[in-house]
Design a protein around this ligand. Structure first.
Ligand SMILES: Nc1ncnc2c1ncn2[C@@H]1O[C@H](COP(=O)(O)OP(=O)(O)OP(=O)(O)O)[C@@H](O)[C@H]1O
Length: 747
């Protein structure tokens, strides 16, 4: 029994009604304050435009204030809080003794200096809302959760229920955890509901790891609500072990190994919002980047941060980040795998630095600079020393060039100084840029483009052999070589994997400006070379790495975290498991978990919080359907009789588009994975795009074809089967993959 059920059981209805009325009144007050805040922001827009110093300033300031005002207005009809904390009077309550706080997505105040009507969920005091338990109440007497009628933009919010957990009891609980304590609480004379500690009378239900037990009523209905459209935030129901990750300090990098549906993506996004709130200066200066696997996934998660009040976060894919050129060529599987191999980093480094020192057939000559009636001269042995030293220091390539220039000029300055006293800064700059010095720099440390280096390497067997000696076998070198050298590096048609190589070389030349924090989702799928590209972009910042080794589907997917984290430049990062599943119902998870052994990934299994799911496995033809297409139409029609979204997942794009046609012919409107905004309730997608997404009802068509479609087909099937929130239909004509039926209790 949930606390609310219990409360309803024992508290007279009118008492609950009265309490709801009081809370609605508080919400009205918050609403009014929020409207005033929005109005204030609007006034700032006007004054901001008037007072700013220049036209350009006015434009920037005006834009920012306008967007802030607009955001506040847009949030106007959303419930403004989801929780409440009533602190007790004991020592543990510290500064919050006797205080009551409402917790919401945004801070709301009547005036700047007044205590807030609603505290931001990310504020330090709000942490108790997520972490306090009967075992460790953190000074909290009552934690209240609010249940709102499903909210949709434009409709007024409606508070329909509330649920209290009594964390500090007046008398000790009985040894079996049950108690007949009344727990009557009277805070400020405002709360007079009879509430008993925890569901089942168990005081520690809300204890740490509470997510492993049966969730309470409001949490359960949040987890089990039907899904429609894009992903939503979980600020109201973050679980303690998720909260630990969300609130980890900015300086520490994290790696989360989490089974499907354990909330990795949700944790990553809420962590981003937390960091922006907690370290505004550091993060806003350096920026925060969220990396996802593909545009369909990015459009699925796009609304979460804005709904938490954060609009200025870059959400992108690795391919987009390193996309210096459009992709206009396709590699063989072998060549692509080699280009993504970590050994390429060394080959490229050698290829670039092979240019340093000048050409062997052209001996070095002294550098001579004319200066009025003088002629200054740097002899060859000195020049050789300068180049050797700079090379040994291994600076980024572009900096190496400047170092040579400065040091040669320095020798010349010494000579001039001995003759005529210290020359000025202008003299030095002129010498540094003089033609003989520049010609020397160009000869011994030539300026190059990354494209030039990569094209020369892949287009010339001799150059590749020199750079890859002892690193790649001859056979591997042959697989990498282009069939014919391009006429110029400017005309090369680059493949996706070539862009990774170009980024590596660009990174050797200049360190890219890094982000303050990068959240990397589906990180198991990155290649070592992609990991290096991310490491370069987070040099002085930290990383949140989210993934699941069992869901690795690329040819280069990670098989263990420590090695992968080393490629990401964070070798000693702790790997934290998440195992409580919030998406996939137990019956479905049990089926999917059968794949874990044949997949061979050493990962902890998920335990589902959901008991409500349905799983149907149907072999076609059967009396009701002559083939898979007819069975799919039937399954979709049944799915449409229920609430929520439906995803039809086929092995590849040709089969998905055929199913789209068949469903269209049957009068069923369908959408594709990347049009989140579309009205269609049915999405048809290939297995390759299913990663990270979820649908209430999933229909998997021909699992054996999913397995056959690619090298890591079993991993792909594991991903595909774990997309279902409530119901999974498996339709097959071919026998099911043995890995699924292997266990005695066949589906
Ligand atoms: N604490 C929570 N309260 C309510 N819902 C939650 C909670 N944690 C996760 N969820 C929901 O569970 C679902 C799965 O979460 P999410 O997509 O973040 O999992 P994931 O680990 O990234 O899954 P996958 O590996 O399959 O991509 C989402 O709908 C998310 O909103």
């Amino acid at each position: 029994m949930t606390p609310l059920d219990q409360a309803l059981d024992e508290a007279p209805d009118q008492e609950l009604e009265q309490e709801l009325r009081r809370e609605r009144a508080h919400h009205e007050a918050c609403r009014a304050a929020q409207a005033a805040m929005a109005e204030g922001a609007q006034e700032h827009v006007v004054t901001g435009q008037d007072v700013s110093a220049s036209g350009a300033d006015a434009e920037v300031l005006g834009f920012e204030l306008r967007s802030h005002a607009k955001r506040l207005r847009e949030e106007a009809d959303r419930p403004l809080f989801f929780g409440r904390l009533d602190f007790g009077h004991g020592e543990a309550a510290a500064d919050h003794r006797g205080q009551r706080y409402y917790i919401g997505r945004r801070r709301i105040t009547e005036e700047v200096a007044a205590p807030p009507l609603v505290v931001d969920w990310r504020a330090p005091v709000s942490q108790a809302f997520y972490q306090a338990s009967a075992r460790e109440p953190r000074g909290v007497e009552i934690r209240r959760r609010f249940g709102w009628a499903p909210w949709s933009s434009g409709a007024p919010e409606d508070l329909t229920s509330l649920e209290d957990e009594l964390l500090t009891a007046a008398r000790p609980f009985a040894p079996d955890g049950r108690t007949d304590l009344d727990g009557r609480t009277d805070l400020d004379g405002r709360t007079d509901l009879d509430v008993r500690p925890g569901p089942d009378g168990r005081p520690d239900q809300a204890g740490r790891g509470g997510a492993g037990g049966a969730p309470g009523g409001i949490l359960a209905s949040e987890i089990e609500r039907p899904r429609v459209g894009p992903m939503r935030d979980i600020a109201a129901t973050i679980q303690p072990e998720q909260d630990d990750l969300v609130r980890a300090a900015l300086d520490s990098s994290l790696c989360v190994q989490g089974a499907p549906g354990t909330g990795k993506t949700a944790v990553g996004l809420h962590r981003a919002a937390y960091l922006l709130y907690t370290y505004p200066q550091r993060i806003q200066r350096a920026g925060l980047l969220i990396l996802g696997p593909n545009p369909a996934f990015l459009s699925y998660i796009a609304d979460v941060l804005p709904s938490l009040g954060e609009f200025d976060v870059r959400q992108s894919t690795v391919d987009e980040e390193i996309g210096r050129h459009p992709v206009r060529a396709v590699d063989s599987e072998r060549a692509a795998a080699l280009k993504h191999d970590a050994r390429m980093a060394e080959v490229l480094r050698r290829a670039l630095y092979a240019r340093v020192g000048g050409q062997r057939d052209r001996p070095m000559r002294p550098v001579e600079v004319a200066d009025g009636s003088y002629r200054w001269r740097v002899p060859v042995d000195e020049l050789e020393r300068i180049v050797a030293e700079a090379r040994e220091e291994e600076p980024p390539y572009a900096i190496g060039r400047e170092r040579i220039r400065v040091r040669v000029a320095e020798v010349l300055r010494g000579q001039a100084e001995r003759r005529a006293g210290p020359p000025g800064g202008q003299w030095l700059r002129r010498v540094q840029r003089s033609r003989p010095v520049s010609a020397f720099v160009d000869a011994v440390w030539p300026g190059v483009q990354p494209e030039e280096v990569v094209a020369a390497l892949l287009g010339d067997a001799g150059e590749l052999a020199a750079a890859a000696a002892g690193v790649l076998t001859e056979d591997e070198q042959r697989a990498l070589l282009w069939p014919k050298a391009p006429r110029s590096w400017r005309s090369v048609r680059w493949s996706a994997a070539d862009l990774v190589l170009l980024d590596e070389v660009a990174g050797l030349m200049d360190r890219p400006e890094g982000y303050g924090h990068v959240v990397v989702d589906e990180a198991q799928d990155l290649s070592p070379m992609q990991c290096r590209a991310i490491a370069r972009r987070s040099g002085f910042g930290s990383l949140t790495v989210l993934g699941d080794l069992a869901q690795g589907t690329t040819p280069w997917a990670a098989r263990d975290w420590p090695e992968h984290l080393a490629h990401l430049g964070r070798p000693r990062t702790a790997v934290v498991p998440l195992t409580t599943g919030f998406r996939v119902p137990a019956a479905v998870l049990e089926l999917a978990n059968r794949l874990l052994e044949p997949i061979g990934a050493a990962v902890p299994r998920a335990r589902s919080l959901r008991r409500d799911g349905e799983l149907r496995v149907r072999r076609v033809p059967d009396p009701a359907a002559p083939d898979l297409e007819a069975a799919t139409v039937q399954a979709v029609r049944t799915a449409l009789t229920r609430e929520g979204s439906t995803g039809v997942i086929a092995a590849d794009e040709p089969s998905a588009s055929r199913l789209r046609d068949v469903l269209g012919a049957a009068g069923i409107e369908t959408g594709t994975a990347d049009d989140m905004g579309a009205a269609a309730r049915v999405t048809v997608l290939p297995g390759t795009l299913a990663k990270g997404l979820e649908y209430d009802h999933v229909i998997v068509v021909e699992p054996a074809a999913v397995v056959d479609a690619e090298e890591r087909g079993l991993n792909r099937l594991y991903v595909v089967l774990t997309r279902a929130v409530s119901r999974l239909d498996v339709l097959h004509h071919r026998p099911l993959p043995a890995a699924l039926t292997g266990s005695p209790d066949q589906p």
